[in-house]
Each structure stands twice: as structure tokens, then as C-alpha cells.
Design a binder for this molecule. Sequence first.
Ligand code: 13P
Length: 255
Amino acid sequence: MKQKKIIIGNWKMAPDSLREARALFQKIKEMSRKTRNIQTVICAPFIYLSELKALVTGHACALGAQNVSNEKNDAFTGEISSAQLKNMGINYVIVGHSERRAMGENNDLIAKKVVAISTNNLTAILCVGETVRDDSGDYISFIKTQILESLAGITHKNITRLVIAYEPLWSVGKHTKHIAKPEDVLEISILIKKILTDKFGKNIAEKVPVLYGGSVNQKNARDFLVEGGVAGLLVGRASLQVEIFTEIQKIANKI
Ligand code: 13P
């Protein structure tokens, strides 16, 4: 069976109010019902998740968190566990996002989070990607290390609960000067499949969807999905603009 394309919205630290979050989510959810060939996932701030969960009907639009603790139920002030998310009906968690790596998260911590996420039957959306593209090709070994170290603790059984998102930092966010080209994305999606095949075998590697994220919009979404050879998109800014995000859903649904 053909794998459904996965279109993920990462709302980051927005919107400012629950009212806006509900309104945005409702519209995205409505479009999800009409775009059954894709799986839509909205990764909202923790504080909105339970309210948004109450709006979910069916599986066309799932919810994800943007972070989680690597620890189990104990004394960790301010943290949220995978078990808490699972029991709330959340299905996905972003881990290893470049914005969290910039706050000090390293591959060792990310590996622990991946284990906590997958053993609680949640799907980890593991973000990897280089800071710069150097001519010497160092970014290849950088990405390989990120993947292998971040997946150091995951079992063969749990690796099916994994999505890898390639997010090159130079192509992410409003300050980016140039956006990745589909061929850049294709190169890395092939690389990621090769790394997974060498480490876990072909059967497992085939099952792990590789996504692209970084300045995705309604104009470039199709090219990334078709020419970039990825199984889905991780959308930042554009996921807060309902017309653009629902257009991306429609585009992905037709591929
Ligand atoms: P932008 O789409 O805003 O570049 O963000 C990408 C991203 O970081 C998604 O996780």
C-alpha cells in the first residue's frame, strides 16, 4: 500500500491565544477531512494540546508536541513526559529540532528522548540537518553522526515509530537567504535511507518516512515532494497561515 504523505505543521511558540489556536486548528482539520490521501499532523504548544485534542474527530488530523522530557514520572519541575502526552491522546513528538539544539540539546539527550517517545508508543519526528553546506562535503558526515547518535537507543521494533525530517538550518526561518532546492533535498533523502539501510536493514529503512522542512510554502511544496523525493513536509511559518497551509494540504493530497 502506498504510504500517505505526511504534512506536519510546527506552530513553534505561536499563536498567542487559545482562541486563535482553536480557529486555526478547526480550519486545518476541515481541510484534513477533504484530503484523505495525506496524514496531517499539527504540533502545537503544550498549553493548547488538550483543548485541541477535544476538537479532533477521526484520524485525518493528528496532534503532536514540540518537545518532551527524556525522564519518567519523577521530580522534574516544568517538564512533560511521553506518558503524559500518550495518555492525552497525542501521537507525535518533534525531537532534535535545530531551535532546541541551539538551546543546548545534543545527540545524547535526543537519543534518550527518542527512546522515551517510542517506548510510549508515540512517533518521534527526529529533525536533522547541517548548519552550512560546505564544498568539502562535511555536512554528509555531520548528518550521519546526528542520525546514528540520535538513534543509538531505539530498538528495531520501535524504529517503525519514527519519522526523520531533514531541516538544513540555512533554509529554515525568516532570516534565510536562500531556500534549499529539490535536488539538495533529494541528495539527503537518499543519504538518510542509505544510513538507515546500513544500520537497520532495507526492510526497516523503507518504512521510515523522510520529510523535508525549511521555508516550505504553497509555491515550492510540490517540487519538494516530487523532485525532492520526500514522504512529507515539516512546515513552520506557513502552518500559521491558514490559506497557505490548507493549500499545501491540497497539493500533497493530489500527488
Ligand atoms: P519555516 O518553515 O518557518 O522555515 O520553519 C521550518 C521549521 O523549522 C519546521 O520545523
